[in-house]
Write a protein that binds this ligand. Structure first.
Ligand SMILES: Cc1ncc(COP(=O)(O)O)c(C=O)c1O
Length: 381
């Protein structure tokens, strides 16, 4: 119903829709979790750094989690002065440190090398932490697994325990999962942390549990709440969590128009005015995005593809109730995270316009033009 309503209102294609109603539902879930556990929630803006999303999140979160100087600048522009900004990245550069210290309230070093190089310069300016790698693999796909062998993410937990850095930091950060639908990885990780660091945890001020949990898909939050209460009670820690996906995934829809249809080796090919470059994880991870119009019992099968020159620019094979026609609109749903932020204009195809839908009205927030494309590709001078 909602998608049909949006399609009827839409006068632009391809179009990126931020469903504000769905977004608010996700923020309310997080707000309830924040209230019942005392865990402080940061929105991890890497998943969708669009300003309207940050401004919508602002009243519900303690702050924002960022990965770079540019994300820190953007978050600081959208946050209130009292809101916290936590940086965690392997990419800290010496010449950015002074500005990062102005923008951020917390900085987590990814390695003991960076801690040794930069911590002194940040003393008394920000709260300093280290990303710890607990060496617990919860993911089959190594591309997502921060705890894979030879990982570049975080300090090996045993190395950290043996180092003097553990005496010097105010907090620890870890992030070990992706799209988890239960809290068992979290409980296992906390178990390992408490067994390794014991009462030393009482000498820290905070612990950041990272992101990676699909909070709105988890029906039983008691394990999380009990875990956070335990950390607060036993070690007097302030506990943070920094979800991205869980907050924005379901609010994002990409709507595109069928611009061509033909038969190739016996299959119907449906060409859209968008491409996998607007949903790059489709190609990166060879996943088919969910299509609203797909009917598993439909009699009409078609290969839905993008309009670029790449042979593998294919969204997937879907089934439809009735045959498609040129001009029909198709909607990829639940694509709000890690999509638009990775999108590009390969072959010169423009970015989708961005709209906000509030349940009744559709408002265009951003439209890109040839001038934006030209600015990217014309040399300065
Ligand atoms: C350090 C860190 N924190 C938070 C997140 C957000 O994770 P998610 O969007 O899966 O909740 C990520 C995602 O890669 C991350 O690397």
């Amino acid at each position: 119903m909602t998608i049909a309503h949006i399609k009827a209102l839409l006068d632009d294609s391809p179009a990126w829709i931020i469903n504000e109603v769905t977004l608010q539902e996700a923020f309310h879930t997080v707000q309830r979790l924040q209230a019942s556990s005392g865990c402080k929630i940061l929105y991890s803006i890497k998943s969708m750094p669009f300003s309207s999303v940050l401004l919508s999140a602002k009243p519900y979160v303690t702050g924002f989690s960022v990965s770079s100087l540019f994300e820190a600048r953007l978050a600081r522009e959208c946050a209130s002065p009292s809101q916290e900004i936590h940086l965690t990245t392997p990419g800290i550069k010496a010449h950015e440190l002074a500005e990062l210290a102005e923008l951020c309230t917390h900085i987590n070093f990814n390695s003991l090398t960076h801690h040794a190089l930069y911590a002194k310069q940040l003393e008394n300016k920000v709260s300093i932490g280290v990303r710890v790698n607990p060496k617990l693999s919860f993911l089959q796909d190594e591309r997502y697994n921060p705890c894979r062998s030879f990982s570049k993410l975080g300090v090996d937990i045993e190395q950290l325990w043996q180092s003097s850095a553990i005496e010097q930091v105010s907090g620890l950060h870890f992030h070990t999962v992706f799209a988890a639908e239960n809290y068992s990885p979290l409980l296992t990780t906390i178990d390992k942390l408490t067994h390794t660091f014991h009462d030393h945890l009482t000498r820290l001020t905070w612990l950041n549990l990272g992101g990676g949990y699909l909070l709105n898909k988890i029906s039983q939050h008691t394990p999380f709440i009990d875990c956070v209460h335990g950390l607060q009670k036993n070690y007097a820690l302030s506990v943070y969590s920094e979800p991205g996906n869980a907050l924005v995934k379901q609010s994002g829809t990409l709507i595109a128009t069928v611009i061509d249809l033909f038969n190739s080796d016996g299959k119907i090919i449906v060409v859209l005015d968008t491409s996998i470059n607007h949903l790059p994880e489709v190609f990166e991870y060879q996943q088919s995005p969910q299509l609203f119009e797909h009917d598993p019992t439909g009699n009409y099968r078609a290969l839905v593809v993008g309009c670029t020159c790449l042979a593998g620019d294919i969204f997937g094979e879907y089934r439809f109730t009735t045959p498609l026609c040129i001009g029909d609109k198709l909607s990829f749903i639940n694509v709000g995270a890690y999509s638009l932020v990775k999108a590009n204009r390969f072959n010169g195809y423009n970015f989708p316009s961005i709209f906000r839908y509030n349940g009744q009205h559709l408002e265009r927030l951003k439209q890109y033009s040839y001038q934006d494309y030209r600015q990217q590709w014309f040399a300065d001078s």
